[in-house]
Design a protein around this ligand. Sequence first.
Ligand SMILES: C[S@@+](CC[C@H](N)C(=O)[O-])C[C@H]1O[C@@H](n2cnc3c(N)ncnc32)[C@H](O)[C@@H]1O
Length: 253
Amino acid sequence: MAEKKLFTRKEFENLRIESAKDMAADKKLQADALDVLVRADQYRWIHQTNWLGEPILNLPQDMFAIQEIIFKTKPKYIIESGVAWGGSLLFYSTLMEILSGGQIIGIDTYIPDDLKQRLNSHGKISERLTLINGSSVEQDTVNKVKALIGDCREVMVVLDSFHTHEHVLNELRLYSPFVGKGFYLICGDTIVEDIPEQEHRSRPWGHGNNPKTALWQFLKENDRFEIDKEIDNKLLLTCNPDGYLKCRKDYYF
Ligand SMILES: C[S@@+](CC[C@H](N)C(=O)[O-])C[C@H]1O[C@@H](n2cnc3c(N)ncnc32)[C@H](O)[C@@H]1O
């Protein structure tokens, strides 16, 4: 009888990484996946998931990637610009609770009282949340974030608010200094550059004016971050292609 081949954990890891590289190189599969995303967006597919009952406006695939980053890096703070219904904040906070991590800071221009009440109704998970009502690019907001995190640079940032080039570039410049070596800066909705213009949902952003173009400019002017291609390679379905930036070196004020 042939002996069953068992992988060691390390061998399996290598197999996964190599398979993901091959998948990323499969242009037809990548194009088909993008096509699924574009067609499903007609039906608000990315709006269909909840965490603790609250909507997350992102793909589960991206949330799982973020879960892996949180587990691997164990940030003391997570800053997210763009709260919407707050499901993503509750998701990060649940993970922080399991991992004995720190605090979550959510920034949005619109945080109504009923949303605050729902986000505050989850006991220990809620206690980790701080909401800042204001624009992410206002100095007052940045000052509030600074006051909360102090000198800590064990920080993960998720930029998922207003997706124009100018706004995201501003956010990248304002929030990247908080992220220390080994931690992640995630630039959301870079997919806008790759998909047809969203005629079914009119937006102030589009081709040439979106998070990916902002990220390209930011990477030209800042050598502290690099795109984590290993994450890109394995996602297949993602709203954030090239948007997972890993910090390579610390920032000195
Ligand atoms: C895509 S949604 C965020 C989704 C959320 N991160 C999630 O995963 O469920 C974008 C949010 O950005 C907010 N927003 C728009 N302009 C903003 C600004 N200048 N500063 C902060 N938030 C802003 C909107 O109010 C909206 O709630």
